[in-house]
Structures are given as structure tokens and as C-alpha cells.
Design a protein around this ligand. Structure first.
Ligand SMILES: *Cc1c(COP(=O)(O)O)cnc(C)c1O
Length: 345
């Protein structure tokens, strides 16, 4: 029987139609700004996000690191939530590559508020790092795909502007946040000075992310990308897949949310796991294990029963709904989780 892979929304593979778009892509040398497919993708994503310009980059990590460098100078400080991707999953790149300090702020459920941020904004003083950026992540991965309320994003933006700070969004999953609120991605992105987005998560492209911002900022970003080794040549080959994903797969993202909700509900009904279906807002399901289940053993057992998930902190696992799983897969996944747990308890 086929293995159901819910480790991440990055595990999707290109469909026949996406492969066709790849094979038919017009290409050129993008370091010379001569790749028409990349240009088209950048124009499109800038427009969809309501910004002047965009830059295609190989990964979400590079999108974040290009952006943070673009928005700061060495000695600056970036305020962000403790569970964010830039703090936990980017190999300390902001300090290593840009000479800046990330100051993590604790927030209930991973969601920052102006009240939580304000005390961290430092007055000017020769001893202090220069507070330069407020960075938020929406949806928030470690917080289980949680979405910022729109009003809160605006209020944090007001705080940033009041203090002359740049406002940055790690929007790897902005598509999920927009689908959750039923708004266009631009309604979220327009609040920010710069935004990064991923094509290779919910949208299902094989590779790639983008940074959007003002024309001047993106000019700067293009130099930084080159410095980091991210200048690519006939890259329309993969940009074509991202363009296809953007045009075709955004509108189906709510399906993933519905399926994640079904999985969470089934697991809650079993009474075995620690999970509240009301907390599952998007495509990510974080499942708390009862004390009798050992994390690594349980994950191995799930694997031999045909289900892949990832560990997610102590005594928790993560399952993510995506483009390559259907209703049957989700039902089977719930069954495997419940039945495997029963045999282990
Ligand atoms: C996946 C992810 C990234 C980085 O993506 P890579 O392409 O794996 O480098 C950045 N931010 C968030 C919130 C993510 O989930």
C-alpha cells in the first residue's frame, strides 16, 4: 500500500501539467536579467502581493536572509517571536551573514502583539543594539500554522512606523493565511515593507521563493542574492513551475485546511491524543502524544504502517495536509495514527 507522506507541505511533486509548463518555458540568462519566465513570475508575484517589485530566490531561507540583510546594517537588532523560522531553522544565518542580532520575544501561541513588542524597542543609546526591524511569521509554523488576525498585523505595523522600524513578514505560508481570512494575499502583504513567500510549500512548486518590496529595495536585494551565490542562469526552467503553481494552486489551498481539520477532529474523537481541532486553523496539525507513547518509537511504528510524520518538539508530532493528499489519504492517516497508538498503549 502507498505510504502517506504528511511530513511537510514541501514534499509535493510536480503534476503532469506543471512539468509541461517547465518543458515549454522560455529561458535566458537571469543574472543578465534576460530570463522572460523569471521576469513574468516576478511581475506577477509583485502584483499579487501589492508591491512594486519582486526577486526570485532558490529557497525560503535565502528569501529571509536576503530580506533581513536588505533591511539592516551590522549592529542592528531584529525583534521577532521566539518560535519563528529565522530564530530556529536558519542556522543562525542572520548573525552569521548580516551581523545582526535576533531578539526573540515570548508570545502566547506564538502570536506577537504591540504590548509584547513595545518594551523591547530600545531608546537610542551608544551601548544598545539599534532596533531596526519587527519581523513576524504568518502563518506561524511552530505555532501549528496559526494565523495573525488582520487587525493585529495593522496594529504592529503602526507600532513599527511610529518608531521608524522596518516591518518584515516571513510569509512562506502567506497563501494559507490569506485563504484562512478569505482575503487576497496583497491585503496581508501591503502592511509590510518587505515580504518573503514560498512557492514550494502549499502552492506545490518544486523549488523557489520570492522577496517583494519597493523597486529600490529589490535592486539592493538583487546584489545581496548575487553575493550569497543565488544568482542563477536559465532559471526560467524552475520559475515556470512557480508561475504555474501561483496561477493554479492558490485557489485550492482551503482544501488543505479542510483536510487538516478533518484529521484533527478524528484524532480528538479518539480520545488518545492531545489535540484541539479548534486550534487547527490552516494545513498544519500538531498532535500531542500521551505519556505512554515514546516519540521516536511511535514515529517508526507509524512509518512501518504507511504514514510519515515529523517530531515537533517533545512529545509532539506534526502532520501537514498538502496538494498530493486527498480525502481518502487523510482518513487512512487518522486510522493509522489511532490504530498504531492503540497497539502501543
Ligand atoms: C519553510 C519555511 C522557510 C524556509 O524555507 P526553505 O525553502 O526550506 O529554506 C521560511 N519560513 C517559514 C515560516 C517556513 O515555513
Amino acid at each position: 500500500m502507498k505510504t502517506i507522506d504528511l511530513r511537510s507541505d514541501t514534499v509535493t511533486t510536480p503534476s503532469a501539467a506543471m512539468r509541461r509548463a517547465i518543458s515549454e518555458a522560455e529561458v535566458g540568462d537571469d543574472v543578465f536579467e534576460g530570463d522572460p519566465t523569471v521576469k513574468k513570475l516576478e511581475d506577477r508575484v509583485a502584483k499579487i502581493l501589492g508591491h512594486e517589485a519582486a526577486l526570485y530566490v532558490p529557497s525560503g531561507t535565502m528569501a529571509n536572509q536576503v530580506s533581513l540583510r536588505m533591511l539592516t546594517s551590522p549592529g542592528d537588532e531584529i525583534l521577532c517571536e521566539r518560535g519563528t523560522h529565522i530564530v530556529n531553522y536558519e542556522v543562525a544565518a542572520a548573525s552569521a551573514l548580516s551581523g545582526v542580532q535576533l531578539t526573540p520575544i515570548d508570545a502566547p501561541n506564538g502570536i506577537l502583539t504591540p504590548d509584547l513588542i513595545e518594551p523591547f524597542i530600545r531608546p537610542e543609546n551608544i551601548h544598545h543594539p539599534n532596533t531596526a526591524v519587527i519581523a513576524v511569521e504568518n502563518t506561524h509554523n511552530r505555532a501549528g500554522g496559526r494565523v495573525y488576525p488582520m487587525e493585529l498585523l495593522r496594529d504592529i505595523g503602526d507600532l513599527a512606523r511610529k518608531n521608524s522600524l522596518k516591518y518584515y513578514l516571513d510569509g512562506a505560508r502567506i497563501w494559507n493565511a490569506a485563504a484562512f481570512h478569505g482575503v487576497s494575499p496583497s491585503a496581508i502583504a501591503e502592511e509590510f515593507d518587505a515580504v518573503s513567500v514560498c512557492f514550494s510549500k502549499g502552492l506545490g512548486a518544486p523549488v523557489g521563493s520570492a522577496v517583494v518590496s519597493s523597486r529600490d529595495m529589490i535592486k539592493k536585494a538583487r546584489r545581496i542574492r548575487k553575493m550569497l551565490g543565488g544568482g542563477m542562469r536559465q532559471v526560467g526552467i524552475i520559475a515556470a513551475a512557480a508561475l504555474y503553481a501561483l496561477e493554479n494552486n492558490f485557489k485550492r489551498i482551503a482544501e488543505d485546511h479542510r483536510r487538516a481539520g478533518i484529521l484533527a477532529t478524528r484524532l480528538a474523537e479518539s480520545g488518545i491524543f492531545e489535540i484541539d481541532p479548534h486550534e487547527v486553523q490552516t494545513n498544519i496539525v500538531v498532535i500531542g502524544l500521551p505519556a505512554q507513547l515514546k516519540l521516536d518509537t511511535f514515529i517508526d511504528k507509524l512509518k512501518s504502517n504507511g504514514l510519515l510524520v515529523v517530531p515537533f518538539g517533545r512529545a509532539r508530532i506534526r502532520a501537514v495536509a498538502h496538494l498530493n493528499v486527498d480525502d481518502n489519504d487523510i482518513s487512512r492517516a487518522a486510522e493509522i495514527l489511532v490504530e498504531t497508538a492503540k497497539t502501543e498503549i
